[in-house]
Design a protein. Structure first.
Lengths: 118, 129
């Protein structure tokens, strides 16, 4: 079993990264690997629960996030400093995530076998 | 070392596509192994064989093809990402009743599982966005 970390660094709708990262994550959950997810930088915007994607003809990414647990994806992290600098709090997020300091993120990434960056 | 590459960059739009190719060529030249190149997102456009760049510009899809044929590199294009971007091989064109296709061997259209499989079977997976 390998440790695979998905890193999401982009805001949800300007480009296709957020959606395609989520697709890859859900596909990856079927392969019995040790999977973690990190939302960093603008990627923390993907976690906001009040998304109205329908008004721009998109699917609501945050609506899928509560399902991650059903896929046994429970190691979900967010960069605390990214939330702070964007004026966001944990209460505004669609799911419970573990907030990490930048130092803790360095440790997290060091401990992975593979990092897929989006 | 065994490498795999994840390419999200489209040719001629983003430098990432050409950089991935040069990384692949250099890694092989230095004796490393390349387990797989997985094209995802806009990266699927690298498999479009109808690209017709000016003669004084590098033909990136052709160079990927040459790399695969020379070194046996597995070039995999994500099916979900490619279908929605109009990249189809003859099999998919028939399945979806399209009159043309623009993707052919050595590019293989397959699923996202191939990206996870690359993580499992490689020492390093490098992303080119």
């Amino acid at each position: 079993m390998k440790k695979i970390l998905f890193v999401n660094r982009q805001a949800p709708f300007g480009r296709s990264y957020a959606k395609e990262s989520l697709d890859a994550l859900l596909a990856g959950s079927a392969y019995d690997q040790d999977i973690s997810v990190l939302y960093s930088g603008d990627g923390v915007f993907q976690l906001i629960k009040e998304q109205q994607a329908k008004s721009i003809g998109q699917k609501n990414i945050a609506a899928t996030l509560p399902a991650l647990e059903m896929y046994d994806i429970t190691k979900i992290f967010a960069q605390a400093s990214a939330l702070n600098t964007r004026g966001l709090t944990a209460e505004q997020l669609a799911i419970d995530v573990k907030l990490l300091t930048d130092t803790e993120i360095a440790t997290l990434t060091q401990n992975q076998d593979c990092i897929l960056s989006f | 070392m065994i490498f795999s590459l994840a390419v999200y960059a489209a040719p001629y739009s983003q430098e990432g596509s050409a950089t991935a190719l040069r990384f692949a060529e250099s890694a092989l030249k230095q004796g490393h192994q390349l387990y797989r190149v997985f094209f995802y997102g806009d990266g699927v456009h690298n498999s479009n064989h109808l690209h017709t760049p000016p003669q004084d510009e590098s033909n990136l899809p052709q160079r990927w093809k040459t790399l695969a044929e020379t070194h046996g590199v597995d070039l995999v294009v994500c099916i979900a990402a490619s279908l929605r971007r109009g990249i189809l091989n003859s099999e998919e064109a028939t399945r979806y009743e399209k009159s043309n296709h623009n993707c052919e061997a050595p590019f293989n259209i397959s699923g996202l599982g191939q990206m996870i499989d690359a993580c499992v079977n490689s020492d390093r997976v490098i992303t080119f966005a």
